[in-house]
Design a protein around this ligand. Structure first.
Ligand code: ADP
Ligand code: MG
Length: 223
């Protein structure tokens, strides 16, 4: 789809520009912080300097986070236990599930694949986050890992509102979101990462029943 390609090119462009801006902010910030430190050493009442320091710290955190997001990371493939990866991902969202009254059903076989574990974890967390967001009043989140035809099969299922058919075709389009605070980037990133791992990413959904995301990753992995 030509339109989609254009959109994702624009997106990559925006990402690069934004990372450039964040980088440019970081350099003068370092200088300012250095001089502020000197001023604090000679000042009598440093209350105002303390406030400035606090605000500078905040800018620094935001620019760093932003750079981490926008900057393409070096890809690092290694043999990874999906069992461990899924376990720590579920651990990561556990508090949120508890708060929301979401029960987690976890059933995993052992499976190792050759992958960029950071990226695969990003995919899994994105999908789990969507599932949680589909369960604002509680429900069931089920995470499954099994081996099937030389693939590791990860299934992440929720019993939330589901996705009506007319919305299905828009999933994965950049900025397509039905959420007030959504970015509409999650699924696009997931699809891209799984494709780069020679895997497949699919979504099945029924309105009022829920959604199931299935991720297949080759166990041999190295192409
Ligand atoms: P975002 O989460 O920021 O909206 P995503 O790319 O992650 O962006 O998802 C795009 C859209 O797909 C969501 O806004 C939502 O409409 C739909 N969606 C994704 N996962 C689910 C799910 N588990 N249940 C219902 N709708 C979903
Ligand atoms: Mg999302």
């Amino acid at each position: 789809n030509e339109d989609l390609l254009k959109k994702s090119e624009q997106l990559a462009m925006i990402g690069q520009l934004a990372a450039g801006v964040a980088h440019e902010i970081r350099n003068p910030l370092t200088t300012i912080k250095g001089f502020l430190q000197l001023m604090k050493e000679s000042a009598e009442d440093d209350f105002h300097l303390q406030v400035i320091q606090g605000e500078l710290d905040r800018i620094e955190i935001i620019t760093n986070e932003f750079l981490a997001l926008a900057k393409p990371r070096a890809v690092h493939f290694s043999m990874t236990s999906l069992t461990t990866l899924l376990t720590s991902s579920v651990e990561f969202i556990k508090m949120e599930c508890l708060k929301q009254g979401v029960d987690v059903r976890f059933s995993v076989e052992e499976a190792e694949i050759y992958c960029d574990s950071h990226q695969i974890k990003q995919v899994v967390l994105n999908v789990m986050k969507n599932a949680l967001e589909a369960l604002p009043d509680g429900g069931l989140l089920s995470v499954q890992l099994e081996k099937e035809n030389g693939c590791a099969k990860i299934s992440i299922q929720d019993n939330g509102a589901g996705i009506p058919p007319e919305r299905m075709k828009h999933l994965g389009e950049p900025f397509y979101s039905t959420k007030e605070k959504g970015t509409g980037l999650g699924l696009m990133i997931c699809q891209k990462i799984i494709k780069e791992h020679n895997g497949s990413f699919s979504i099945q959904s029924n309105v009022n029943e829920g959604t199931i995301v299935t991720i297949l990753l080759p166990i041999a992995g190295k192409e």
